[in-house]
Design a binder for this molecule. Structure first.
Ligand code: HEC
Length: 202
């Protein structure tokens, strides 16, 4: 009994001395994941923010041809311009939402809708984690593509919205081709290059 006690005392003493001699551990760098609290998945961000707001922009200015003739659709008053503007803001900031580290691609158990052409969420996550800088760059390209659209909206320049919103589509496709369906094979035709149309100066 007594010898056990001495062994315990010596061990405690050794730990104490060892503890005093050890250098101060360096302060741990803040883990990026604790700065943000991503809860929605990338899939949910696509469905709730990215896709609906891009649709509002793409559908805001259009030309419809029917038996009744040609109908030009564009925002006609302050209220309609304000609605398109809200979508442009959501789209621009969704780029930062996508860039938040630690966000899951999909909920556990969710699978690719078309596994023949699409990568599954786990495979997409692996690609993102292997090269986070490329993911962030492609997310920010969505913001850069939408900025000229916002500028055109602020000038109430419907033609400018029409021409500049093509670039948004290219930003979507660039990311989807890298992460979502990279194995879909070469497109039948060379991807169309958006013509550089300079809207008439107002
Ligand atoms: C930075 C990368 C990135 C950008 C930019 C991006 N997406 Fe996505 N998107 C993804 C990934 C990754 C998926 C696959 C995730 C999934 O659905 O499992 C996806 C999936 C989707 C889906 C399917 C969602 C579902 O329910 O399965 C839609 C719709 C979509 N994107 C629309 C868009 C549109 C429209 C744009 C441009 C305005 C866009 N995305 C821009 C990465 C991106």
């Amino acid at each position: 009994m007594r010898s056990n006690f001495s062994f315990f005392a010596v061990t405690v003493l050794a730990l104490f001395i060892g503890g005093c001699a050890a250098p101060e551990p360096p302060a741990a760098p803040p883990a990026p994941a604790t700065e943000y609290k991503p809860t929605a998945t990338i899939k949910e961000i696509m469905d709730s923010m990215v896709d609906p707001s891009a649709d509002v922009i793409w559908e805001s200015v259009a030309t419809y041809v029917s038996a009744k003739g040609i109908e030009e659709k564009f925002p006609k008053n302050d209220e309609e311009w304000a609605a398109v503007r809200k979508s442009a803001i959501i789209l621009i900031e969704s780029s930062n939402v996508l860039a938040v580290p630690g966000r899951r691609v999909a909920k556990p158990g969710e699978k690719a809708a078309e596994p023949a052409v699409e990568l599954g969420p786990e495979e997409i996550e692996k690609l993102i984690l292997a090269d986070p800088a490329t993911w962030t760059r492609l997310a920010h390209e969505l913001q850069e593509a939408t900025a000229p659209v916002l500028a055109a909206i602020d000038k109430k320049d419907a033609e400018g919205v029409l021409y500049s919103s093509d670039k948004i589509d290219i930003a979507c496709e660039n990311c989807h081709l890298k992460y979502w369906y990279p194995n879909q094979g070469a497109p039948a035709a060379a991807p169309a290059v958006a013509p550089e149309v300079v809207p008439a100066a107002k």
